[in-house]
Design a protein around this ligand. Sequence first.
Ligand code: MCN
Ligand code: MO
Length: 710
Amino acid sequence: KYIGQPVRRIEDPRLITGRGTYVDDVQLPGMLFVAFLRSKYPHARIKVKGGPQVYTGKDFNPGKDFPIPSTEVTYAGQPIAAVVAKDRYEAYDLLESVEVEYEPLSPVFDPEEALKDEVKVYSGLQSNVYSKKEFLSGEPHKVLEESQVQLEGTLYNQRVVAVPMETRGVVSFFDGQKLTVWSSTQSAHYLRRNLVKYLGLTNIRVIQPDVGGAFGSKIILQPEEYAVSFLSVKLGVPLKWIPTRSEEMMSAGHGRDKALRYKVGVKRDGTIMSLVGTIVGNIGAPYSEANEDDGGNVISAARMLPGPYRIKHAQVVAYAVNTNLTPTTSYRGAGRPEATFFIERIMDQISQELGIDPLEVRSRNLIRPEEMPYQNAFGITYDSGNYIGLIKSAEPYYQQLKAEAQKENLCLGLSMYVEITGFGPWETARVYVKYDGRVVIVTGTGPHGQGDATAFAQIASEALEVPMEKVEVKWGDTDVIEDGIGTWGSRTLTVGGSAVLLASQELRKRLTEAGAKALEADVEEVEYLEGKVVHKKTGKSLSFDEVVKNAYKFGISLDVTSVYPVRKPTTPYGIHFAVVEIDRETGMIKVRKYLAVDDVGKVINPLLAEGQIHGGVVQALGQALYEQVVIADGIMQNSSLGDYVVPTAVESPKMEWKNFQLGLSPHPLGSKGIGEAGAVVGSPTILSALQQCTKKFINRMPVSPEDLVK
Ligand code: MCN
Ligand code: MO
């Protein structure tokens, strides 16, 4: 039995002994290096002089400004020319000689200003408003007027950077017939489809080598990925591009940057009657791939705003607004951390204003178990679970933390969340058995640190009843499986794993058939047991390896691809607690302990799942206390790891994770995603603890020590 076991990651031995292959490890004969010149201005008309080794927008997309600008730049850090040189040192030297004439244009950085459309972010735009959507349920304005208590405010979820350990990077090689691209990406297949779209070629193979993290920043087609591939086709030589950390921080998609202005109508007992708000998302400069992605996050932030609470009367108007800043893309949680931050801050505001215990306020508003599945005010279906039941399950741990916090004079905070994971539209898995009995899984997803391969091996081993050592998992190559979607939205295990399960089950059927044939019996007369095929009457049996050989002999293919069509995403939820110490004199903040109580349906591997909570929570801690993109005159001031503060092991709390399976997802595996949960709820959980001690209602992050003592 493998499912549910804390099996160690099969990915790790080669990685932790330094034998992985990342994109920068790819070396091809005759390979040249590409570097990009980046705009110094947030908004300007440009004239870039090309040359023998210098390529500009006019080469990449003549007459157009996307993906590479040829006449007008819209953010500082935007790539405006590429140089090709022997190595990275020569390439960066060469950049210095590229001649650019800038004619600065008025920029706009504040989305509220941009909304007025007085200054256009890009002269080709009709309006800076990329999208405006209204979500409405019931009679929120009328109910708000009639409410016993009305509260209001503005909440800011700041702009941050994903900061994976490995930056983006590409190697492209066109051999005259086929283009092969290695990229540090979250999906080889998605990148291939985009390259097909932009380059107009279909003979393209994309390989995702080992990837050192992504956190959402490597989903979309990067302008540089397009440009490097374009040049490789044009020049017919292998090309490599690896940005510096500063380039990465300035130009890879930023995350979050959304504000909510709201009014909430509440009964004196804390029950929310009505919620009315406006979300403004600063999605940065126009670039369709990124804008589509984070415009989507703005909508997701709006639609998930009601959280796990029964709010019947609600209205949100959501604006995704272009500005002259780096485009934003999905960053771990992609809209749900913003929604959760907003609604959980509102819960703590109600708690403080009305003097009701923070857990009690939440309990009073929670969706009841008999209402599940529940459709929230903005049409999102919460599929299964028991929110009240989970609080009850968490109660003993909560009481224990409370006692500990009281004894040591620490602050105990909490937050709840419901989020949405396991997006479609479909996912593929191929499972095949070699003649010698080795089982190979190929997934259409693109894990890049999460450990999904281990879980996939567990699923196939259990379905085929073979030892895990026999099973190998491959991914990240568009030539080894027909197609695929990728890894994001905490979908890989649930959706990709369901495809693995379906393919394994079909394979088991075929093995049974082959075994029956070899035993000269009908399929009904045999049984598939522990990897063997056994004749029920005679007791004669064939081992797994023997069945496999027979299948080949009888012409039964042991190569199965399943395409799992996803009907609906699935909604995990939970309640998290943080115990925080604040130095009363200096305001120094230390998160001492963190307890995550979640329901993610069936857990395939608790070790992997808990690891995801740890990582997500530490990123959320970073956003709560340290991280933000600091911008002056449109230019990022802290684009280095010396200035942009990400938490390390030193800042990490002691963590504990409990999962209660109070509902299953409707997917064949019964699981829900956990890859983003920690990042979704961690920040408001920490802020809730700070409020508990200081009685300050904090509406923006990162919270600094001086915010607490001033
Ligand atoms: N898992 C499980 N049982 C469940 C759910 C998940 O055992 N019920 C395990 C899975 O086997 C997998 C892990 O938990 O090992 C996460 O699975 P899942 O929730 O399906 O999420 P994904 O694999 O799709 O990961 C994507 C998610 C996202 S969207 C971001 S952003 C993120 C994150 O994962 N980026 C990461 N975690 C990251 N972790 C690392 N190391 N690097 C990143 O870039
Ligand atoms: Mo993600």
